[in-house]
Design a protein around this ligand. Structure first.
Ligand code: PLP
Length: 393
């Protein structure tokens, strides 16, 4: 068989199991997208632009101001000649937001997790990781060659048992998301922090979906729980409407990552105009306007959850990620297709992103939505749920 024949066989298998994926011409961060084929406008409930900042004029302005002198790309790794004032300023602003000594930028959140985990853990270490953790955490764990123990989702007792392993590990790490990306539920951070501390373990918390959105002033769920992880991971690609990732912790951690995180060392630095854009978003998030956007996002999320409950479609969690589990792949695909037909964009989330049998619609709320948008979504879901005979799984 030629390579293409082999690959095609695999793709056919994916198609048969309802797992074939393709990119969508409807995509974009904003809540409204023109549909390319017909020009019809689509209402999007799948972007992670939680504060609705994607098209904020201050962000576009920050990009063009920076690009006018810095150009588009950084030109090299930070350690060679790629560092720009935009990077350092943004790092200071992120560290200040989290009331921490230091932050280090990475080109993406994905690379941040890979870089941090591989810099801190090696074959002589143990990593204890939540079963629902993001792919970038899983990949970082695997690449580190550490011993990995995956505990059942949000099960702090199981994490405790896993960390108790007798073997003479050099270092023990406990890694969790704070607000889980696919279920929209929250990690038991106070318990996990206590457990990590009792085992002398390093606590790493990925706040990709929390920072800017939840916690006091958008400072995330560790801040809300009064917990101080040794490392907080975040992304600039979601609430902060730009692109990039960061790790926050001590100044020694920052220096160590600069020296050991391969995903920082051997890659071109984040484009300076993008860092400038993230700074602009961070400033909006830190203002009274940001507080208003967070309140609006929460309010709309509550409206959606209440409406879904009334339809007999209960969901987990309390935040801007609303997960409607539908079971097998085909069911989620049919629901997504029917929504698209009605002008609403919510792609089906299927394995291996989520466990088999838990294919779902992952609905995300943005402060850019209106109450009427949410009512429209509820109306369509109501029609579909009776037409399809849905009951949430
Ligand atoms: C999105 C996400 C990432 C990756 O961030 P990017 O900046 O998009 O690469 C990491 N962790 C979690 C939990 C995420 O949801």
């Amino acid at each position: 068989m030629t390579l293409d024949e082999e690959l095609l066989t695999d793709l056919i298998r994916l198609e048969e199991s309802g797992r074939l994926r393709h990119t969508s011409p409807h995509a974009g961060p904003d809540r409204l997208h023109p549909r390319t084929s017909t020009g019809r406008s689509l209402l999007s409930f799948c972007s992670n632009d939680y504060l609705g900042l994607a098209n904020h004029p201050a962000i576009a302005e920050a990009i063009s101001r920076s690009a006018a002198h810095a150009g588009a790309g950084a030109g090299a790794s930070r350690l060679v000649s790629g560092e720009a004032p935009e990077h350092l300023l943004l790092e200071q602003e992120i560290a200040a937001l989290l009331d921490s000594p230091a932050a280090l930028l990475f080109p993406t959140g994905y690379q941040t997790n890979m870089g941090v985990i591989t810099a801190l853990a090696g074959p002589e270490d143990l990593i204890v990781s939540d079963s629902a953790n993001h792919a970038s955490i899983i990949d970082g764990c695997r690449l580190s060659r550490a011993q990995i123990a995956v505990y059942p989702h949000r099960d702090a007792n199981a994490a405790d048992r896993a960390l108790s392993a007798r073997d003479p590990y050099r270092r023990r790490l406990l890694i969790t998301e704070s607000l889980f990306s696919m279920d929209g539920d929250r990690a038991p951070l106070s318990d996990l922090a206590e457990i990590a501390s009792s085992h002398g373990a390093v606590l790493i918390v990925d706040e990709a979906h929390a920072l800017g959105v939840v916690g006091p002033g958008g400072r995330g769920l560790a801040a809300e729980a009064g917990v101080k992880p040794q490392v907080v991971i975040g992304t600039l690609g979601k609430a902060f409407a730009a692109s990039g990732g960061f790790a926050v912790g001590s100044t020694i951690l920052r220096t160590s990552l600069i020296n050991h995180a391969r995903h920082f060392i051997y890659t071109t630095a984040c484009p300076p105009p993008v860092a400038a854009a993230a700074s602009a978003a961070l400033r909006i998030s830190n203002s009274l306007v940001g507080d208003g956007l967070r309140a609006r996002c929460l309010d709309l999320s509550t409206q959606l959850r209440t409406g879904l409950e009334q339809l007999g479609l209960p969901t987990s969690g309390q935040d801007a990620i609303v997960s409607l589990e539908l079971g097998i792949e085909r069911r989620a695909l049919a629901a997504s297709a029917a929504l698209l037909e009605a002008g609403i964009l919510i792609p089906a989330i299927r394995p291996p992103t989520v466990p088999p049998g838990t294919s779902r619609l992952r609905i995300t709320i943005s402060a850019g939505h209106t109450r009427a948008d949410v009512d429209l979504l509820l109306g369509v879901l109501s029609t579909l749920s009776s037409a399809f005979g849905w009951v949430a799984a």
